[in-house]
Design a protein around this ligand. Structure first.
Ligand SMILES: Cc1cc2nc3c(=O)[nH]c(=O)nc-3n(C[C@H](O)[C@H](O)[C@H](O)COP(=O)(O)O)c2cc1C
Length: 396
């Protein structure tokens, strides 16, 4: 226990796995896998470096679990865990993280209607809760800074999402089976479990959110119906990987194509969703946001993770705008949180847990899109010591 931050540096057990502290690394997409989805040695080094910095639980970037016809893969250069080649490469990542003392889970995602059209098989329309078309676009910032980083001159090349179709109930079950198969492969690769991505605009979110789900069957309408798909996935994944592996479910109000998105009923909706997840065989919920207290509900000041934890009775990982140790300690004593997840600070400050241990404010290198667009090139910050490629070390 660290006196300055007694909660943050106290151990936690999830599905029988002892985690040394309450610090998770939030899932962060970098799009640096090989074109066929194979994770690289640089990725192993990148995650190992953050484990060495003191992260207790690493949640990998969003990873596609199957090559399907419904829009599973989301991004160019996104890693997959869809075949034996992927598994062999992820093994190196899991080993490297474990060698540096952290636990690790793979975030499994299905993108549905927000699949980048450039990664969809030819002629395939992605599936979603309901037919429609996202009004968002793939390259979601058009700042001049971003253009410079990407080396773009002239007009910003907008890549928009194509139309999507409504998934049948049989396809919903097929996709849930795909999550379970991906989870099995994650365990085969040596991971301690998986996170099921139900947040940020992707397929399971598209079912949970009333703005994208207009179904009238058992997967639409009430909160319990809208959560049914996520719950089905959790159950199939649990059956596939057994009791002693970690399963978390990530939830959010807004998404990559709707940054201002909010649950229509605010905190009351959070309570309904929590109640619908009560008793689900999941080890924790994971609240994703850019500010964990912002509930988007003018009628209540209850943070969403507090409402979700109370109504579900489940342990809660809380993410969003937590940058200092004292801020993390505040979340952990809010009544809505068992573990914090640190996102953007993890990119440029791989030693974040070590840095904040004193409880005193620390100077952090601010997040820049640079880490996503050309991440491995920024050796001085991502890899103190300026390690030249391809000599990525996995023990530090
Ligand atoms: C570049 C970038 C990539 C991200 N990739 C993912 C992802 O793969 N999966 C996911 O659930 N969230 C992803 N997120 C959201 C983060 O996990 C986190 O919710 C967000 O950054 C807010 O937390 P923070 O304030 O600690 O950064 C991403 C965020 C950023 C900035």
């Amino acid at each position: 226990m660290i006196e300055a931050l007694p909660h943050l540096f106290s151990p936690l057990t999830l599905a029988g796995h002892a985690i040394p502290n309450r610090i998770a690394m939030a899932p962060l997409t970098r799009q640096v896998a090989e074109a066929d989805g194979t994770p690289t040695d640089e990725m192993a080094a990148y995650y190992a470096r953050r484990a060495q910095g003191g992260i207790g639980l690493i949640i990998t970037e969003g990873t596609y679990e199957v090559d399907d016809q419904h829009g599973c893969k989301a991004y160019l250069s996104q890693p997959g865990i869809a075949n034996a080649k992927h598994v062999a490469a992820w093994k190196k990542v899991a080993e490297a993280i474990h060698a540096n003392g952290a636990k690790a889970i793979v975030q499994l995602m299905h993108s549905g209607r927000v699949a980048d059209p450039r990664v969809l098989p030819k002629g395939v329309q992605p599936g979603s809760a309901s037919a429609g078309q996202s009004q968002g676009w793939v390259l979601y910032t058009d700042s001049d800074d971003e253009k410079n980083l990407r080396g773009i001159t002239g007009a910003w090349p907008k890549v928009t999402f194509g139309p999507c179709r409504e998934l049948t109930v049989a396809e919903i079950h097929e996709i849930a089976d795909g999550f379970a198969a991906g989870a099995k492969r994650a365990i085969e690769a040596g991971f301690d479990g998986v996170e099921i991505h139900g947040a940020n605009g992707y397929l399971l979110y598209q079912f949970i959110h009333t703005s994208t789900n207009h179904r009238t069957d058992e997967f639409g309408g009430s909160a319990a119906n809208r959560v049914r798909f996520a719950r089905l996935v959790i159950e199939k994944v649990r059956a596939a990987i057994g009791k002693d592996k970690i399963i978390t479910l990530r939830l959010s109000q807004n998404g990559v194509d709707d940054f201002g998105g909010a649950w229509a009923g605010g905190v009351a909706t959070a309570r309904e969703i929590g109640a619908a997840l009560k008793g689900a065989p999941v080890d924790a919920l994971h609240w994703a946001s850019f500010g964990w207290k912002d509930n988007g509900d003018p009628t209540s000041d209850v943070p969403m993770p507090v409402a979700l934890k109370e109504s579900s009775g489940l342990p809660m990982i809380v993410n969003g705008g937590i940058d200092q140790g004292a801020a993390a300690e505040e979340v952990l004593t809010s009544g809505g949180c068992d573990m914090v997840a640190i996102g953007r600070p993890s990119f440029a400050n791989p030693d974040w847990p070590q840095m904040v241990r004193s409880g005193k404010p620390v100077n952090l290198v601010p997040f820049s899109r640079h880490y996503v667009i050309k991440p491995p090139l920024d050796l001085s910050i991502a890899y103190p010591g300026n390690i030249p490629e391809p000599h990525w070390p996995t023990t530090w």
